[in-house]
Write a protein that binds this ligand. Sequence first.
Ligand code: C2E
Ligand code: MG
Ligand code: MG
Ligand code: MG
Length: 283
Amino acid sequence: AAKAAGRDRYALFDPAMYAEILREADDRAELERALADEEFVVHYQPIVDLPTSRLIGVEALVRWQHPVRGLVGPNAFIPLAESTGLIVPLGRWVLRQACQQLAQWCAEFPESAGRIRMNVNLSARQFQHEGLVEEVGQILAETGIDPHQMVLEITESLLMQDTDSTIETLGRLKSLGVRLAIDDFGTGYSSLSYLKRFPVDILKIDRSFVDGIDTENGDATLAEAVVQLGRALQLQTVAEGIETQEQWSTLQDLGCEFGQGYLFAKPGAAEAISSILGGARSE
Ligand code: C2E
Ligand code: MG
Ligand code: MG
Ligand code: MG
């Protein structure tokens, strides 16, 4: 027993583990500092109507404008933001930023911007945060945007937790007038009955299905199944990660309504969207 205890003791001082803990504390402090210094920027990626490729909305995607490392993508810091809880203030900042941007576009280009939607990602941690619904309501009120123009993207795994409080929070968000989308749809295991129970409006077909749509036999079938599921439940479908003309036309053949991907535009600074909105005005 003494020997085992000794070993356990030793494990507490495992230098690799200790270094890891220090690194995490460092990263956390760095992320906190970046938030205080407002080093984050929001980029926007167009979402288009597939038949016409007209802009119907944008997705807000956060980036870290790091003083040394340059522009850092969300996959490099969102997981840490989630595990440390910093995603709550960061997510609130993104939401406010995106709503302010939409309000500005609506003031500048009322005709075209009045019709677009702003999609914002919500992580599970944010969703579980007590004050979420009040915060969304407050940001909508302070920016004055039409709640119907706001789409909150949530993940399938969040829905699969399927608790009364999940359903309640979704319902309260819907009561604000916002729309809800399931992001990366198809990567989880939600069943028809799950989907029916939640007040969602939009399914975003995960990029992994779009990737192999013209090459791997299964994928077109899966993408088609998702589109049909959407139709049966009267949900809109958005295909993510469209990179080729072939994927674009296959998705149209399958009856997918909307799309997003490098073929149309990569995420970029707000100005790129402003020029689309400004151009649309003269039509
Ligand atoms: P997501 O919400 O599924 O966003 C779509 C991701 O696919 C974006 O990556 C986008 O740049 C990328 N993408 C779009 N079209 C294409 C394409 O044609 N080809 C390829 N290869 N990729 C494409 P990004 O910006 O790196 O974001 C990654 C993920 O980080 C997002 O996935 C989302 O889950 C998360 N994220 C980004 N911003 C936020 C945020 O403000 N809050 C939260 N909670 N998560 C965020
Ligand atoms: Mg998303
Ligand atoms: Mg996605
Ligand atoms: Mg994703």
